[in-house]
Design a protein. Structure first.
Length: 382
């Protein structure tokens, strides 16, 4: 019996690969390589380095996926970009060198590693605008200028031409208040006993007395000789020829010169023997009565002392004025503040209110105004 070698039985004869088998293996590896190539291309476009920790708070823009292999080639082998013309920067940003902006711009097709690296560099610098990492669907070799886009809500975006400033309302010119108030409009005559007389004198059709700019008449304020002359000038319109005024104390530019002139010419007023008029001197009540009686040429009663005896202070009446005061009493020109006391108070300073009421009574005597019944008017005994 012959022993055979076991090794010889277990081994199989060797043979070379055929051409068909070699082609199959080549196609399989090529397919696997193409799949890996395509997979790497997809992952490359999805790399977003802008999501790495950054010092700026500007959110990165998600890139638009693309299946073009040319983008991968452009990202791995970028074409050098020409220098871009610097774009004007807004007033809120720092000035940048044009070469720095052009270098950071890159190309619109750079979307992978190049875009992420530029984003990281911009974040580290802190003063560079964020870059757009989305790939461009146009030619990848063309550069894209970097233009900072301000926020839509920024106040700087509002055009100056559209900013509307509220127009200020037009002011309507107001008429200046008249110095002479309308009738029955004085604010300080309600408690004055001669209010009704003053109201009639201040009516528009009369305008015989006036007040002050603050709508007051001041009836209890003393009146001087010049002011009394001015009040007479409005009330008495008696035409007389003008005469030369030769008072030493009345200047040519004195405000009351014309009123004094008319008072002298009509016979209501007289000066002093020393050729002075004393315009600023306060006029007493007795002088007012003498002036009115003289201007009206009232006749003197036969027994003037008996007429003035109705006054409890008749002894205080100056002798030169007894006849005139008696004539004024007979024609109801005399007014008193207190009818119960029946005091003339001849030497007391006349007030604006008393002078106005006495002038009113003078106009009644001249038949220019209607009489007003009042207990303050002194009536002679029958």
């Amino acid at each position: 019996m012959t022993n055979t070698n076991s090794d010889e039985h277990n081994s199989s004869p060797s043979r070379n690969l055929g051409f068909d088998e070699f082609i199959a293996i080549f196609v399989a590896f090529t397919t696997i390589g193409a799949i890996l190539w395509w997979s790497l291309s997809r992952q490359t476009t999805d790399w977003q380095f802008s999501k790495l920790p950054s010092t700026t708070s500007t959110p990165s823009v998600s890139p638009t996926p693309t299946s073009s292999i040319s983008d991968l080639q452009a990202s791995l082998f970028p074409t050098p970009a020409p220098k871009a013309t610097p774009t004007p920067i807004t007033s809120g940003e720092k000035d940048k060198d044009s070469t720095e902006i052009a270098g950071l711009a890159g190309t619109a097709g750079i979307a992978g590693i190049a875009g992420g690296v530029s984003s990281i560099i911009g974040s580290q610098n802190g003063n560079l605008p964020p870059q757009d990492t989305s790939p461009s669907t146009s030619s990848p070799a063309q550069p894209s200028a970097v233009v900072p886009v301000p926020s839509p809500t920024s106040p700087a975006q509002t055009p100056a031409s559209t900013a509307k400033t509220p127009a200020s309302p037009e002011k309507t010119p107001t008429n200046k208040k008249s110095i002479i108030p309308p009738p029955i409009a004085f604010t300080d005559t309600d408690d004055f006993w001669g209010k009704r007389f003053i109201d009639v004198l201040s009516k528009p059709k009369n305008r015989l007395v006036g007040g002050f700019p603050d709508y007051t008449f001041r009836p209890n304020e003393p009146i001087n000789r010049a002011q009394f002359a001015a009040m007479l000038q409005k009330a008495i319109d008696k035409p007389v020829p003008e005469k030369a005024l030769n008072f030493k104390d009345v200047a040519e530019d004195f405000w009351g010169k014309k009123a004094i002139q008319k008072g002298i010419d009509t016979g209501f007023l007289k000066g002093y023997p020393d050729q002075n008029f004393k315009p600023d001197q306060r006029i007493p009540r007795v002088q007012v009565l003498v002036a009115l009686a003289s201007g009206l040429n009232l006749p003197i009663p036969d027994n003037p002392e008996k007429v003035i005896s109705i006054y409890k202070d008749a002894k205080d009446i100056p002798k030169y004025a007894i006849g005139k005061v008696a004539a004024a009493t007979m024609n109801q020109l005399v007014v008193v503040e207190s009818p119960e006391q029946q005091q003339l108070l001849p030497n007391k300073e006349a007030t604006r209110g008393e002078a106005a009421v006495m002038i009113y009574q003078t106009l009644v005597r001249m038949n220019k105004l209607d009489a007003i019944k009042s207990p303050n008017i002194v009536r002679p005994q029958s």
